[in-house]
Write a protein of this length. Structure first.
Length: 368
């Protein structure tokens, strides 16, 4: 009979029975015979090994109640997403809409998540984020060690993220995470040409160390807090150097650095930063000024050397005058001094004495 149709549904399958486009029910495994003289019968056989039932008329099938006991229907609202677990393993995500999954032969569980809080947090987040479909539903990233993430949702500050991975649902809010390093950092303030109070142009190289103490203020107060603290360090150095003469600058660079740091500290705090030090590394004079300073130093050293020489000469003359005065006042001491001189002369070599008249001989004998 051409009007009789047979349909075979295997053990892992289910048949969807339609007549003239209208859903009539499910066909269980086995042989099914239908009389269809007008060709309006249609049976779609679907495999339950595919965990979810996908059909263009799923809403009609779900409303009929025929799926009760065979499949579970899940209707996700716009503010909901589904996490699908199959046989204890995470499989994929479900978007808003109507879904139905078979109760057997596979073990399926759908976890409904409210995404009105855009932050995604789950005890199995590492497993979920490794899934290939995660990037389509979640915006992910991580905050490095020693840093924090300043979170903005729809342009408004929403909190601070601790180091580690983070994830937010896509399409729920405009998410922006700005990573801020909390570790101490060094900032080179190099090649600053500054004029001193006595109109001498100097080149100064300095280094400032700082750390972020208020991440929100550091991100919100200025567009680039590193550039801002660099600019403030420049202004502090110019204010201090411009108020001192060259000699004062060369005499005590540490005092200049301390005063500049005192000026920089309140400005940095307004940016959410804490300055730990400001040091002047180099203070470079222009070429002609360097030559002039070398000449001044050379003249000063020459004058000091000449002064020392004069002092030594004066001391030597004063000592000789004292010796002469002492010998003049003590004839016996003068005699002993003469004998010491003769002894040294005799010890140095042969002493030949040539005597002339008797008076000279008497004088020599008296000396001896």
């Amino acid at each position: 009979m051409f009007f009789i149709k047979r349909f075979t549904v295997r053990g892992f399958e289910t048949g969807l029975h339609f007549h003239d486009g209208e859903f009539r029910g499910l066909l269980t495994p086995g042989e099914h015979w239908f009389l269809d003289p007008f060709g309006k019968l249609k049976v779609e056989v679907v495999s339950r090994r595919n965990a979810f039932l996908t059909h263009e008329k799923l809403d009609v099938i779900a409303r009929s109640g025929a799926l009760k006991g065979y499949a579970q229907v899940v209707d996700l609202q716009d503010s909901q997403r589904g996490l699908v677990w199959i046989d204890g393993r995470f499989a994929w995500f479900l978007p808003p809409g109507l879904h139905a999954y078979w109760l057997e032969p596979r073990k399926v569980a759908v976890e409904v998540v409210d995404v009105r809080d855009p932050r995604f947090e789950h005890e199995e987040s590492k497993t979920i984020l490794r899934n290939a479909a995660a990037s389509a539903y979640l915006e992910t990233g991580s905050v490095g060690r020693g840093c924090v993430g300043v979170l903005f949702l729809d342009g408004r500050f929403a909190g601070v993220l601790e180091p580690g991975p983070w994830a937010f649902w896509r399409g729920v809010a405009d998410v922006r995470v700005v990573e801020v390093d909390l570790r101490e950092a060094a900032l080179d303030v190099a090649g600053q040409e500054i004029m001193s109070a006595d109109k001498v142009t100097l080149r100064i190289n300095a280094v400032a160390t700082y750390r972020v103490v208020d991440p929100r203020k550091a991100v919100c107060a200025v567009d680039d807090f590193k550039q801002a603290v660099y600019r403030e360090a420049q202004l502090a150095l110019r204010a201090v150097v411009g108020g001192r003469d060259l000699d004062a600058l060369l005499a005590d660079k540490q005092a200049v650095a301390v005063e500049a740091a005192d000026l920089l500290t309140p400005r940095a705090l307004a940016l959410g930063l804490e300055t730990t030090s400001l040091a002047i590394r180099d203070l470079i004079l222009p070429g002609d000024m360097k030559e002039l300073m070398n000449k001044v130093t050379e003249a000063r050293k020459a004058a000091e050397a000449d002064l020392i020489t004069r002092r030594e000469e004066t001391a030597a003359i004063r000592s000789q005058a004292n010796t002469a005065r002492l010998l003049a006042d003590n004839p016996t001491l003068m005699r002993l001094r003469e004998l010491e001189v003769l002894q040294k002369v005799a010890a140095a070599g042969h002493l030949n004495v040539v005597l002339g008249d008797k008076r000279l001989a008497d004088v020599v004998l008296n000396l001896l």
